[in-house]
Write a protein that binds this ligand. Sequence first.
Ligand code: ATP
Ligand code: MG
Length: 1023
Amino acid sequence: MRAKAADMHGKDCVKVAVRVRPFNKRERDAGSRCIISMASSIITIQDPRSAQTRRSFCFDYAYWSHSGFTRDRSGLFLPEEEGGRYAGQASVFQDLGEGILHNALQGYNATLLAYGQTGSGKSYSMVGYGPNKGLVPTLCDRLFQAIKGNQDSRQCQVFFSMLEIYNEQVVDLLSRGSRALGGLRVREEQHRGFYVEGLRTVPCDSAQQVEQLMEQGTRSRTTAATHMNANSSRSHMLIILQLKQIFSKESITKQSNINLVDLAGSERQRASGLEADRLKEGTAINLSLTTLGNVISALADVAVGRKAVHIPYRVSVLTKLLQSALGGNSRTVMIATLSPADICYEESLSTLRYAERAKRIQNRAVVNESPTERLVKELKAENARLQHRLSRLGQEGRRADEETKEIRQLLTHNELQIRAIQTLWEQHLQEALKDWELQYASITQERRMMQMHPYILNINEDAQLSGVVKLFIPEGEWDIGLAESSPQSILIKGLGIQERHAAFRNEHRQVSLTPLAGSKVIVNGNPVSQTTELQHLDRLILGSNSTYLFIGYPSERGSDDWSRYDYDYFHSELAAAEGINLGETSAGSSQTDPSLLAVFYDYIKLMPMVAEANQMSQELNKGVIFKVEIKNLALSDSKGHDLEKEIVVRVTSLESKQVWVWSKAKFVNRKFLMEEIYQQHQGGEGLSMAAMPRDKDPFWDPLEPLLLGSAHLWLQSLAFRIPLEEQLEVLGSEGTEEAILQTQLVPCTSTGLPLGEEDILIDPSELLGRRLDFQLVLEQCCGLRWIKACRNRGVQISFRYFECSQPLYTPAVWHNVNPLLDHRFHFACLHSSQRLLDYLQNSALVLELWGLQEGCIELTTSMEGVKMTTEGIFIIDQSVAADTATVNLSSSMRALQEELEEVRSSNSSLKTENHSLREQLHTARNGAEGARGRSLRPSCDAEFARALKVFYHNMTSVRGQLQRLRRHMPSEESDQLGLRLFMDEQNRLLKDFSEQLELCVSALKQDVAAIVRRKRERSGIWS
Ligand SMILES: Nc1ncnc2c1ncn2[C@@H]1O[C@H](COP(=O)(O)OP(=O)(O)OP(=O)(O)O)[C@@H](O)[C@H]1O
Ligand SMILES: [Mg+2]
């Protein structure tokens, strides 16, 4: 019905289906919640951070493949119960595949696009895994069945092509020759539209043949991914099936193109979008995907009636090739795949929005007539005309030998042409079949080998490409590496693989592996340098990141399923060997902190990429090394208790020791550009590394000051106007001690004179509404690790105070491990507010230590938003003062009124009491004396407070001594004498320290005892 209605209007809307997959291991480990729900074809997504925020979308089809399934013995996923809600591959095919098949058989072009973030199930739906065959193989199966069933009415020809678009280059996945440099060209012809020049199209007449070709294509994708170090998730895979149906009786030919597109992972470069990377522009990371989005948006605008919208088809390769699928002559279906997990909320929502726009696109599909058939038709028509003329010539009996001869020649020529066109298919098919038989033989041979020998199996980041390459290890000794040094060589390519990388020895049905000089071999997460015996299912990493699973002799194999040893497994194991893991107890439990888990997965994602970047840097002579670091964000939190972590990559120049720190997003972006350069280099494009301009070089960046670490200076003492002297440890993001910073907080007068003991406050609220002046003194930095490592460097300190958004910086100091800073900041708060008091009592100044490198610009304070007096005093809490003053005023007015009422009522009762007291006084003997004594009674509280002040003050210097003691360490080069001197000094310091401490405590004891004594004496007098 729907198709008919569309036909009547001559428009076909793009049909959109959405599918949600089961949780994957990561999501299960993280204790993820499912945030997607479906009711009929309505999909609702729930914002995990806000229970009220839900968004619903309506699509043509919605597939629930998240739960309610079982797995049979062959590994096929089936609904748990008949009629259950689980949508398996069969039901997806029923709706989407059948439609495409039906359209193609009718002579329409048809397109199927799979869109979604990496790992969301695009390839699962399109191609499938194992017995869970996806749309493409099932479609081919059914297509050939249909062809067979219609044999009597038409002759059918099927051509198959498979290509990949990676970084805007078209790669023919079925090509037999070497890859064309820069990829194949996309051309445009008026009647054909855009097409790939020189793309191999293989005639096929069975589904097995197509399956075989797909396997070949996948293999070629896998080798490209490993050899050229390209990430398949960033590539688009296109399968083009051309179906030609020749109806001889009706003498019509229908031709349709079926495009099956497995798009690159759609993750939005969210983080890097916010991040300014100078090389962001001009990156073709996903030019095709971005343009596809733009084309879809523009077409959606057209559909709602906006006119004069430019559709940017020509901007990218993918959109050129999909021009007819989007807004043109094709019936198009999009399957948008979703992860069910809360951690993928942003991505899933963006996929749903994308799909919603795609739904609006209107195409105009028509039944196609083949241009080739038109030629035959035209030739036939011409022949008919010629025949007619010939017979007329005969009837007229005119002597026109010359003309008759010419006509006869033309007729024969045309006949030959017609026959040539018609036999072309047969010939091609025969050739393809021969090819196919060869391929088939090699596959049969591979299957036989698998049953005879141990082998290693490639494991790829993209599960679809795992297990594609099998390298056999028959009995004997085998070298594995780049070079084919002997017949006993196993050839592999990849980053960091040596000519002769390692040797396998297969003897007495036991395989061992020996790394050869200088090569990197990791077995089950641990680097090995000696001969190691391999066990079935051992994990091998050769070079930077060539991952293989060892499969032992068939007798060792049992019925195990190797699919759990995926790419993540390899790298979690590697991280665990380096001491980074989630711990036995926490991994897999729902108690694992999700932010910690995210960091862990970021770490295992970046680790292999960093290994690859290092190898590329080495091979391209870039002279930089990369290292993953876990940055603790608590260090820059002014309350110091937010324990989130983040992954960064530290880049160090080997020669100049210059250092850069890149965010994860920046590194991922750069790694892509590095791959591009590396591939050009591998492809021998003659790109000289020396000639590469710096501003295009992904390995290089202008130097910037680096945040080395930070220290917290707690401000609480200022609330009591107590001076503080601190020796702060500046800690780097990985917990290393970067320096010791000597600081002071000095409450002072408005002219900067330090306040005395008598100004210490018992209750900070006494400060409310009053002026508070204090100075922050940054005295000296000691033991700067940054400068110790390289003298050509400098440092600066920065911090932010109260509500000022601008950081303040000290002037730079250079080349000194223990530089004197001697920098003083004077702050004044003219009317202290409650907010300021809270800030002082609960927060710390986060003092950040910045590393400067030769050639980088020093950091300067921007005075915008900073308030300063002419004497150079920083004003704080000013804007708040006025507000708080009004608020305070009105609230105190209210309080005063209430008080007045109370005072009035108590006044009258006091009057009566007074009266009776006066009478008592009269009768008392020593009443007058007593009254004098009482008025002189000293307050015990005040005495205690004073004693405490003294104690607090004394303790400040004791703490300073303790810090000095902690910092006092023997020099690394000390000999025995040095150590002895150190010990003596240490003992002296300890003695001083304990004496000081004793003194403080005994002074406090004495004071307290004296106060208690005095109190007793006085109470004795008065009791
Ligand atoms: N509907 C499903 N049922 C069961 N497993 C699924 C389903 N969809 C996906 N998976 C599993 O999730 C994993 C990732 O799926 P898939 O390879 O299809 O992702 P993708 O979207 O193609 O990712 P990429 O962009 O990296 O190519 C695979 O191991 C696959 O088996
Ligand atoms: Mg995929």
